[in-house]
Ligand binder design. Sequence first.
Ligand code: NAP
Length: 259
Amino acid sequence: MISDEIASFALEGKLALVTGASSGIGRHLAGVLARAGASVVLAARREPVVTEEAGRLNEQGGKAAGIAMDVTQAESIDAAFEQIRSSLGRYPDILVNCAGVALLKPFLEQTVEELDAVIGTNLRGAFLVAQRAARCMADQGGGSIVNVASTAGLRPGGMLSSYGATKAGLIHLSKVMAYELARKNVRVNALCPGNIETQMHREFEDAGFAQALLKRIPQRRFGQCSDLAGATLLLASDAGAYMTGTVLTVDGGQIVNSI
Ligand SMILES: NC(=O)c1ccc[n+]([C@@H]2O[C@H](COP(=O)([O-])OP(=O)(O)OC[C@H]3O[C@@H](n4cnc5c(N)ncnc54)[C@H](OP(=O)(O)O)[C@@H]3O)[C@@H](O)[C@H]2O)c1
């Protein structure tokens, strides 16, 4: 028999929005939420890709739809939220705010255009999506926001100045949001993956950092998208009902590596 505590991880009746769902972590987590019972909207700029992925989830018995959203454009975010409400009758109860871009370059070489692009997606974009979702959740009586930050926002990483700064900003934003929104029944937490093998991570591997990175990970392996499933379900579901303002690392121990 499943106890109420274990059943609280289930997401039946919940509507989840996942940004960055056309690839890597977001795509995988959309599947996890669907398999846990949520209706899931997968958002990204590449609308055909998220629509195809939603179709795959539906074939497996899920309830999913794809939607176009460019998180750098406020109008695109608004349009996506209104499309969700008009097609599904309400706004999301869960947001996995996962859209992001990486920039692997020495501090002295980064251009203002590159800086603006990283901030525009990872911080400004994440802010706008989280704000839009939080307003809807507050009106609907509550919800859970999982901001996908990074261990690069917790400790310095070479060549990651602008990327790490946006993730540090997102971690801080998550804490302030948690504080301001707690009495509106909206929980906000930051999920900090370490090195997860995705398209984005391949840039690091291709730059020849793989072996050096592995040596700094106590578990001596890179993470897989599936390694983030448990933490995401915990934060998204009622199992994490008393968790808000948390910064949860999933990194094989990298952050506690010996100095
Ligand atoms: N992989 C890692 O080791 C790692 C570690 C820590 C944190 N993270 C974070 O996890 C998140 C996902 O990373 P990933 O490794 O899965 O990378 P990925 O495979 O490159 O996926 C990035 C996703 O972000 C979307 N995206 C980028 N710009 C966007 C925009 N302007 N509007 C909407 N969507 C946009 C992309 O979709 P479209 O191109 O279709 O728009 C894609 O779905 C990122 O926030 C990343 O910083 C990753």
